[in-house]
Ligand binder design. Structure first.
Ligand code: SUO
Ligand code: CP
Length: 316
């Protein structure tokens, strides 16, 4: 694998899931693979899980790790070409990416959607520019439109906990007062498409995702109806794609409670975290036996390890 930006970079999803599951059983089996190589992790936005799990996975593979909060500690980076740099950005990505690429064998980047300009966010300029100028493999640690490390951990978690051959997986929008990106929801759908699952997506009207990600997902606007018979409920808030970046409603009746979960077929609850309790999901669900959020977050280490292993094999 040359880069890890989306599911499109994956040649064999089953093999990648199996690789994650075997890394979990035997974390240090490939401890020599990254020897004398360095990965740089660049964060333009906050992180708990991605930062720690990716560092841990890289160390399990013998890589040296350098982590930088570019959003806070680095020079402001200009991403556009041919502009007069007389604003607040002191450095151009052409130099920054080339320099970091000279220090690191792999670069992981987190850069969220700004939710101001849809075309700009969906063009993924930060990733395109780093890919162009760093000349080393680029790993997506959550971009404006996707979060593949999360989605791979989600696939692993569903594989581990499913009790039916073809489980029903419901992606449900959850209420939030803040405008959040569509990346996790987009990516989840994109990764569920090649999986052997029935995918249902439920959200209030006006929250339809970009159709390129929905694929085989069936959209049902009635949350109760969508939840019927679900084996997995994957909760997430996102802001509107059509009315780009807007919060159209934060209707509390969309919160996942035990009463909502009772509509499922003894379904399990999943969420990428972080989440705001009793706004998106009730304590009773998160503290009960249905919640998989901790197992899911723990799998981030193994999904990162599986993806990094493929990248390292590509460097051989
Ligand atoms: N990496 C996991 C999700 C990150 C981000 N959530 C957030 O920003 C939550 C912020 C808050 O609840 O204030 C998102 O939705 O894409
Ligand atoms: N789920 C996830 O990516 O968490 P962080 O934002 O804390 O990295």
């Amino acid at each position: 694998m040359k880069h890890f930006l989306s599911v499109k970079d994956v040649t064999d999803l089953n093999q990648l899931i199996t690789s994650g599951i075997s890394a979990k059983r035997d974390p240090f089996a490939d401890n020599d693979l990254g020897k004398n190589k360095t990965i740089g992790l660049l964060f333009f936005n906050s992180s708990l899980r991605t930062r720690i799990s990716t560092q841990k996975a890289a160390q399990n593979l013998g890589l040296h790790v350098i982590t930088m909060n570019v959003g806070q500690d680095g020079w402001g980076l200009e991403m556009e070409e041919g502009v007069v740099m007389n604003g607040d950005k002191a450095e151009h990505v052409k130099e920054a990416a080339a320099v970091i690429g000279s220090y690191c064998d792999i670069i992981g980047i987190r850069s969220f959607a700004e939710l101001q300009d849809r075309e700009k966010d969906y063009a993924e300029i930060v990733f395109q520019q780093f890919k162009k100028y760093a000349e080393v493999p680029i790993i997506n640690l959550e971009s404006a439109t996707r979060h593949p490390m999360q989605s791979l951990a989600d696939c692993m978690t569903i594989e581990e906990f499913k009790i039916k051959e073809r489980p029903k997986v419901v992606l449900s929008w959850l209420p939030h007062f803040k405008a959040l990106p569509q990346a996790v929801a987009n990516s989840f759908c994109e990764w569920m498409n090649p999986m052997d699952v029935e995918l249902v997506i439920t959200h209030p009207e006006g929250y339809d995702l970009d159709p390129q990600f929905v694929g085989k997902g069936q959209v049902i606007y009635d949350q109760d109806k969508a939840l019927e018979g679900a084996d997995f409920v994957y909760g997430k808030n996102w802001s509107s794609y059509q009315h780009y970046g807007q919060v159209l409603t934060s209707d509390p009746s969309w919160m996942i409670t035990e009463a909502k979960m009772a509509l499922t077929d003894n379904g399990k609850f999943m969420h990428c975290l972080p989440l705001r309790r009793n706004m998106k999901v009730a304590d009773e669900v998160l503290d009960g036996p249905r919640s998989l959020v901790i197992e899911q977050a723990a799998n981030r280490e193994w999904s990162a390890q599986a993806a990094l292993k493929e990248i390292l094999l590509g460097l051989m």
